[in-house]
Write a protein that binds this ligand. Structure first.
Ligand code: ARG
Length: 461
C-alpha cells in the first residue's frame, strides 16, 4: 500500500478494489504532455508571484522535463495506486527532486489541473481535426474539378429526380464539411480559455497572475468564475457534438459510396487499397471503410449521449463522476480523426464511371419537370403543365420510351403546346444548364462555386 498524497487525514489504507475502481490512469495517461506543460506554466506563475524562489522554479521545470522524457522512453511505471496522471507526474517528480517537488501543487487542485489538461488536449485535437477536414475538402475539390462535365441522376426518396453534375453533388459535401470546420473553429474559441487559479472550487489564495499563465500557454483569456471553471465541460460537449455532426456527414457520404459501388448502381469503383475481400466468396470486394465509418458514427453519437448524461445531474462544482468524461472525449476524437484521414485518402482515389452515370441520368424521365417548365413558357399555367407532362410520362412508360424519344405528334397528344423546339429543351445537358440560379447545378454555376470553394479552402489553411 503506497502513501497517498491525500493520506494526511486517513488512518487506514484504501481497499485494493477501490483503488482499481477509482483509478483513471489507464485512460488519462495520454494527457501526460499536456499535464506537464500546464505544470511548467504553473511553476513559472508561482515564481513570478514570489511564492516559489527562482531557483526552485528552475529545478521544478527541469524535473518536469525529465519526467516527460521518462514517460516518452516507455520505462515509466504506471500504477492504480497513484490514481491518475496528475499524481503520477507529481510522485515521480518527488522521487527525482526530493522535498522541493512538494511545492509544485501549491495553489492548485487536480480539479483546475484536469480542466486545464483537457482544454490543452482538445485545443490540439481541434487543430488536428481542422487539418484533416481540410484534406478531405481538398480531395472533394479535386474530384469536383474532374467531374464538371459528368452528369448523373440527382435523387429524392432515392428515386431518380433531376439530372445534376457530379461536381455539384460532391460540392454539397464540401459545404457540409465546411460547416463542420466552422463548428470546430467556434469550439476552439470556447476551449481556448485558461482555468488554472480556480483551484479546488473557490479560487486560489496565492497572488498569481492568471493572465500570465494564460499567455505562457497560448490561451486567449482566463475563465471568469472558479466554480464554473472546474465543473464546466461544455467545451468538451462542443467538441463531441461537432464530432458527432461531422461523423453524420461522413456516414452519409459512406452510405452513398456503399450504394454507388454496388453492381446495381455501378457509379463508382473503390480503390483496392480501401476495400477488403471475403474469406468465403472469392469474387467479393467490400466497401468496409465506408461501412465501418457508418458504424463508428453510432459510437460517436454514444459518446455524446454519455457525456451529456454524465453532466446532467451534477451539482456545482467538481464531482468525481467527471473523471468519466475522458473516455467519450478521447473516443470521439480518435474515431473522427481516423475516419477523416481514411476518407480523405479514399475520396482522392475514387474513380467514377462517367458513362454509367450519364446513362442513368438519361433514363427515368428526369426531364419531366422541364417539360412542364417548357409548357409554362408557352403560356400554360404550371398546375396544368404539370398534369400534361405527367400524362406524357405515363405514355412514355407504357411505350418504354423516354420523353425525348417520342414523336412530336405523340407528345402533342398530352401537351398540345409543344413545338419542334421541345426536343432540344429536354436534352439532359440543357436541363442541367438551365439551373443557373445561385446554388444551382448549371455548369457555369458549378464552375464558379468550385472556384469560390477553392478560395475558401485556401484561406482556411
Ligand atoms: N482524475 C480526476 C479527473 O479526471 C481528477 C482528480 C480530481 N479528484 C479529486 N478527488 N478532486 O476528474
Amino acid at each position: 500500500m503506497s502513501e497517498k498524497m491525500w493520506g494526511g487525514r486517513f488512518a487506514g489504507g484504501t481497499d485494493a478494489l477501490v483503488e482499481a475502481f477509482t483509478s483513471s490512469i489507464a485512460v488519462d495517461k495520454r494527457l501526460y504532455a499536456h499535464d506537464i506543460e500546464g505544470s511548467v506554466a504553473h511553476v513559472k506563475t508561482l515564481a513570478r508571484a514570489g511564492v516559489l524562489a527562482e531557483e526552485e522554479a528552475k529545478t521544478l521545470v527541469a524535473g518536469l522535463g525529465a519526467v516527460k522524457k521518462e514517460i516518452e522512453s516507455g520505462n515509466f511505471v504506471f500504477t492504480d495506486a497513484l490514481e491518475d496522471i496528475h499524481m503520477h507526474v507529481e510522485s515521480r517528480l518527488t522521487e527525482l527532486l526530493g522535498p522541493v517537488a512538494k511545492k509544485v501543487h501549491t495553489g492548485r487542485s487536480r480539479n483546475d489541473q484536469v480542466a486545464l489538461d483537457l482544454r490543452l488536449y482538445l485545443r490540439d485535437e481541434v487543430r488536428a481535426v481542422l487539418g484533416l477536414l481540410g484534406d478531405l475538402k481538398g480531395a472533394l475539390l479535386t474530384q469536383s474539378a474532374d467531374h464538371l462535365d459528368t452528369v448523373m441522376p440527382g435523387y429524392t426518396h432515392l428515386q431518380r429526380a433531376q439530372p445534376v453534375l457530379l461536381a455539384h453533388h460532391l460540392l454539397a459535401y464540401f459545404e457540409m464539411f465546411s460547416r463542420d470546420s466552422e463548428r470546430f473553429r467556434e469550439c476552439l474559441a470556447r476551449v481556448n480559455v485558461m482555468p488554472l487559479g480556480s483551484a479546488a472550487l473557490a479560487g486560489t489564495t496565492f497572488p498569481v497572475d492568471r493572465a500570465f499563465t494564460a499567455g505562457l500557454l497560448g490561451f486567449s483569456g482566463v475563465t471568469e468564475n472558479s466554480l464554473d471553471a472546474v465543473s464546466d465541460r461544455d467545451f468538451a460537449l462542443d467538441f463531441v457534438s461537432a464530432a458527432a455532426i461531422a461523423m453524420m456527414h461522413l456516414s452519409r457520404l459512406a452510405e452513398e459510396l456503399v450504394l454507388w459501388s454496388s453492381a446495381e448502381f455501378n457509379f463508382v469503383r473503390l480503390p483496392d487499397a480501401f476495400t477488403t475481400g471475403s474469406s468465403l466468396m472469392p469474387q467479393k470486394k467490400n466497401p468496409d471503410v465506408a461501412e465501418l465509418t457508418r458504424g463508428k458514427t453510432g459510437r460517436v453519437y454514444g459518446d455524446l449521449t454519455a457525456l451529456l448524461t454524465l453532466m446532467k445531474g451534477l451539482p456545482l462544482a467538481y464531482n468525481r463522476d467527471m473523471q468519466e468524461d475522458k473516455i467519450p472525449v478521447f473516443d470521439a476524437a480518435d474515431t473522427l480523426k481516423s475516419a477523416l484521414a481514411v476518407f480523405a485518402r479514399m475520396t482522392a482515389a475514387l474513380s467514377f464511371n462517367r458513362e454509367r452515370l450519364a446513362e442513368a441520368a438519361d433514363r427515368g424521365y428526369l426531364n419531366a419537370t422541364d417539360l412542364a417548365d417548357y409548357l409554362v413558357g408557352k403560356g400554360v399555367p404550371f398546375r396544368e403543365a404539370h398534369s400534361m407532362a405527367g400524362r406524357a410520362v405515363a405514355y412514355g412508360v407504357e411505350k418504354g420510351r423516354e420523353l425525348g424519344d417520342l414523336t412530336l405528334s405523340e407528345l402533342r397528344e398530352s401537351c398540345p403546346a409543344a413545338g419542334e423546339d421541345v426536343f432540344a429543351f429536354l436534352e439532359t445537358r440543357a436541363v442541367v444548364d438551365r439551373r443557373a440560379c445561385i446554388g444551382g447545378t448549371a455548369r457555369e454555376r458549378v464552375a464558379g462555386a468550385l472556384a469560390a470553394a477553392r478560395k475558401r479552402l485556401d484561406s482556411e489553411l
